[in-house]
Design a protein around this ligand. Structure first.
Ligand SMILES: C[S@@+](CC[C@H](N)C(=O)[O-])C[C@H]1O[C@@H](n2cnc3c(N)ncnc32)[C@H](O)[C@@H]1O
Length: 242
């Protein structure tokens, strides 16, 4: 099975921002999210973005005044972030997100793991260990913001084929295969080049994280929950270190 980083570099990373409607619109969407939820620098101003991708959260957080440590495994997505960060305080780090604490000088006041990064981790044990680690490295009252897909509901039959985005020379389709604790995500990218369609394909596994389990595990890790919603298949949690 391809690793997450192999999957991103083979088929996803070069098209990631395009798939989601472009970097600018995602920066704006996340800027609104942070503003609505009153997420702004109050103390050290240090924020950690776990699985930052091309910067959908890192860039608006830095625009709001945070100094952002942006961790991701994908060199392609980190290069895109670097190309767009201008003179904002963003430190791109190519590493596993579990290593984030090595890049901190002291406690952070914010940690975000958004846009479905959490489901990329290999097991619930790894996720629970990450929650513990985040709790250890946030200051008192520090905020942990998470968004990820609710994969508990199973699509069946032809509904497992999802047309994600297309334009005249490019078609991106996804096919889902359900396992008890994981969903196998097959990404298929067709591109029309030199009068021919070329297919690029790869798959990876996403972890099915039950909403109730995530909330309970955060509470056990020493967080209190400010917000925990499940809307249109998206789980959003904002938690504070007690
Ligand atoms: C679905 S994208 C989310 C990117 C961005 N946060 C967003 O909102 O779109 C998941 C990102 O997590 C990264 N990633 C997955 N597993 C990782 C790990 N163990 N360590 C660091 N980055 C990881 C991937 O390379 C990818 O950029």
């Amino acid at each position: 099975m391809p690793s997450v980083v192999e999957h991103y570099e083979t088929v996803l990373a070069g098209y990631y921002s395009w798939l989601f409607g472009g970097l600018e619109s995602k920066i704006e969407e996340n800027r609104k999210f942070f503003t609505v939820h009153n997420i702004k620098p109050l103390r050290s101003g240090v924020a950690v973005d776990l699985g930052c991708g091309s910067g959908f959260q890192s860039i608006p957080l830095a625009q709001l005044g945070f100094r952002v440590i942006a961790v991701d495994l994908s060199p392609t997505l980190l290069a895109e972030l670097s190309a767009h960060r201008g003179d904002l305080h963003i430190e791109p780090v190519q590493d596993d997100l579990a290593q984030f604490s090595h890049y901190l000088q002291g406690p952070a006041e914010l940690c975000v793991c958004m846009g479905d990064t959490l489901t990329h981790l290999d097991s619930r044990e790894t996720i629970a260990a990450l929650f513990q680690q985040v709790a250890e490295h946030l200051d008192h009252g520090g905020t942990f913001a998470l968004t990820f897909r609710d994969l508990s509901f199973e699509l069946t039959g032809l509904d497992r084929f999802l047309p994600l985005r297309s334009e005249p020379t490019r078609i991106f389709t996804c096919y889902l295969e359900y396992e008890p604790e994981y969903v196998k995500v097959h990404d298929l990218l067709y591109e029309h080049v030199d009068n021919q369609w070329h297919l690029n394909k790869s798959f990876y596994r996403k972890c099915r994280i039950p909403f109730a389990w995530a909330k309970e595990t955060l509470l056990q890790s020493g967080f209190e929950l400010q917000l925990a919603t499940l809307e249109k298949g998206l789980i959003t949690i904002i938690a504070h270190k007690q």
